[in-house]
Design a protein. Structure first.
Length: 304
């Protein structure tokens, strides 16, 4: 009987890439990076361009023709944008803290199979993926609670996100039961297990969920449209929407003065300056949690 030699062969995706494939991958990644960075570059450059450069370009500025901070000075001189930034920062900070604390507690409770009303509560959470409350019932509830024109109307209606709750619950369930069992043997209660064992092991998913909540609060404007009637309580995103989409002035006192129209920055530069102000916090926050992003989302979404 002839001896047969078997040759093992790796799948195509496990083979080392050829120089041509490496070049193609670099070209594709470069094109994606350019598609992401070029709009940001144009927005920032337009916001920093003087009126003459914007007029010569006929719109968005691609080639630098001088720099000017007149648009930013005009925005912050009126006080409307400054106040809106303070409101957005406050709502984002308080809202993220409340949402993260509520989500952690709810996810930990639902991850314990023997917890009170475990299955009915989990069913209610999953049901929200299919059915939303609707705009009118939500408005009536917020109004009945006396939260119209209150900052709480920007926080409490969106305090818990079902997707974030399910992701965090799945991560908690992926932690070996022996960890909590050994702590119970030593006399630890559920609160100590959560704070001393579970949360230190869940830094990745907690950072990702916190980023999701923070970005959601920072970018939210629809709740402000529904529940905030006082212009002084508008968050930054609503001010941005009113000016960019509807063309309403930010600082009416200065922009309405036609005698100084020649010295005022163009409207497009003002619009781009507000966009930059709205982008800066998210861009500054992302690098700090980027290293947790992939690990936290993949583990929390797949395991359990």
């Amino acid at each position: 009987m002839a001896q047969m030699t078997l040759t093992t062969r790796r799948p195509a995706w496990a083979e080392a890439p050829t120089p041509l494939e490496q070049g193609a991958k670099a070209a594709v990644l470069g094109a994606i990076l350019l598609a992401v960075l070029f709009p940001i570059y144009v927005v920032v450059l337009t916001s920093l361009s003087p009126a003459s450069a914007v007029n010569d370009a006929g719109g968005l500025v691609v080639v630098p023709r001088g720099f000017s901070f007149a648009a930013y000075a005009e925005l912050f001189a009126g006080g409307v944008v400054t106040r809106a930034v303070v409101v957005s920062v406050g709502v984002t900070t308080v809202g993220t803290a409340i949402s993260l604390a509520t989500t952690v507690l709810a996810a930990y409770g639902l991850s314990r199979p023997g917890s009170l009303l475990h299955r009915p509560l989990l069913f209610l959470v999953l049901l929200t993926f299919l059915f939303g409350p609707g705009m009118i019932p939500s408005y009536l509830l917020v109004s009945s609670l006396g939260m119209i024109d209150s900052y709480w109307s920007l926080i409490l209606p969106t305090a818990v996100n079902a997707f974030n709750l399910v992701v965090m619950r799945a991560f908690f369930m992926s932690i070996p039961a022996e960890v909590s069992d050994s702590a119970r043997v030593d006399g630890a209660g559920e609160w100590k297990i959560l704070t001393r064992l579970v949360l230190p092991m869940s830094k990745g998913v907690t950072a990702v969920v916190g980023l999701f909540y923070a970005v959601g609060y920072w970018n939210a404007f629809f709740n402000a449209v529904l529940y905030i009637n006082d212009n002084a309580k508008w968050p930054l995103q609503l001010v941005l929407r009113q000016y960019v989409q509807q063309g309403q002035n930010i600082s009416a006192g200065s922009l309405a003065d036609t005698s100084q129209a020649s010295s005022l920055p163009p409207g497009l530069a003002l619009q781009m300056a507000i966009v930059v102000i709205a982008l800066v916090p998210v861009l500054a926050m992302y690098p700090f949690v980027q290293r947790h992003f992939t690990k936290g989302v993949i583990i929390g979404a797949v395991k359990g």
